[in-house]
Write a protein that binds this ligand. Structure first.
Ligand SMILES: Nc1nc2c(ncn2[C@@H]2O[C@H](COP(=O)(O)OP(=O)(O)O)[C@@H](O)[C@H]2O)c(=O)[nH]1
Ligand SMILES: [Mg+2]
Length: 262
């Protein structure tokens, strides 16, 4: 009897051709472990797309060599230089859509987003338009090593400041771990999205809700990056905070009738 739910789960996943999009800049120490962990999920029909901005540490070469060595479904989209997280995601999403992906997962390369949540996210994608791995929904958690002050600032910026300005229902407004249905990304129309950097996540969250798409947030444990350095510094944080107003101004009049036709 226990086999039946397992079978249903597998059949539901099986229906979705999935591409996991991972932007990278200097992630040589993380990328091979991440590709291995994603492979071990044994998803029925999936591929991995690394969007690399010519990382000086050779991230793209490592990913490509793994693809050849293990015959893993890994593709590398090489860009000429560091062009920002937002444009990396837009290029990656377009690549995945062109390749016929029905589900598109976005995640960081640094293990802040544990691959173990992906099967649950894909499963829930049968019930909504986008699934968000959330740090601020009930049950979600930030790295235990964070001090109270850092936690408070992050919670305030995500779950209060951005949410209040944009009137969002989503609690984790800057989440970078999501699973999208193909139709949602097509309906959003990526050419509408102007953010090149980290504010990309906020703009996507806002446009998603303004267009009336259904969002489900699942709680995740957000671990600090294991190795390497964050590319998010204080000046980027301040710029992103100010950009929230720009996102609001640009899209404030969007309505569900303005979904792009599929
Ligand atoms: N292709 C590309 N990837 C980037 C860029 N900036 C950051 N990333 C990647 O985006 C993900 C999130 O960046 P990270 O520095 O971990 O940001 P944080 O988690 O917010 O501290 C990681 O996989 C980075 O390697 C960029 O300009 N281009
Ligand atoms: Mg990170």
């Amino acid at each position: 009897m226990a086999l039946l739910p397992l079978l249903c789960w597998w059949v539901r996943l099986r229906l979705m051709k999935t591409t996991i999009v991972i932007p990278t800049y200097n992630e040589a120490d993380n990328i091979s472990n991440l590709i291995c962990d994603l492979g071990e999920l044994n998803l029925p029909d999936f591929s991995i797309l690394i969007v690399d901005d010519n990382s000086p540490d050779g991230t793209a070469d490592i990913a490509e060599s793994m693809a050849m060595e293990y015959a893993a479904p890994v593709h590398v989209l090489r860009r000429s230089g560091k062009q920002g997280l937002g444009t990396a995601y837009k290029d990656g999403f377009r690549w995945a859509l062109d390749a016929g992906a029905e589900a598109i997962v976005q995640m960081d390369a640094d293990f802040s987003h544990s691959p173990s949540y992906i099967p649950q996210m894909l499963d829930l994608l049968n019930e909504c338009d986008v699934v968000v791995g959330s740090r601020y929904v009930k049950g979600g958690k930030l790295d235990e090593r964070w001090g109270f002050g850092r936690y408070l600032l992050s919670w305030w910026a995500n779950a209060v400041y951005t949410r209040l300005i944009l009137q969002l229902k989503t609690l984790d407004t800057t989440a970078g771990f999501k699973a999208w249905r193909r139709e949602t990304l097509l309906g959003l129309d990526l050419s509408r999205i102007h953010s090149n950097g980290y504010d990309f996540q906020v703009e996507m969250a806002y446009v998603t809700e303004k267009l009336g798409y259904q969002v489900i947030e699942i709680p995740i444990y957000f671990e600090d990056r294991r190795i390497g350095q964050s590319k998010l510094n204080m000046s980027i944080k301040i710029e992103s905070a100010l950009r929230v107003w720009d996102v609001w101004w640009r899209h404030r009049r969007l309505t569900p009738s303005q979904k792009a036709s599929l």
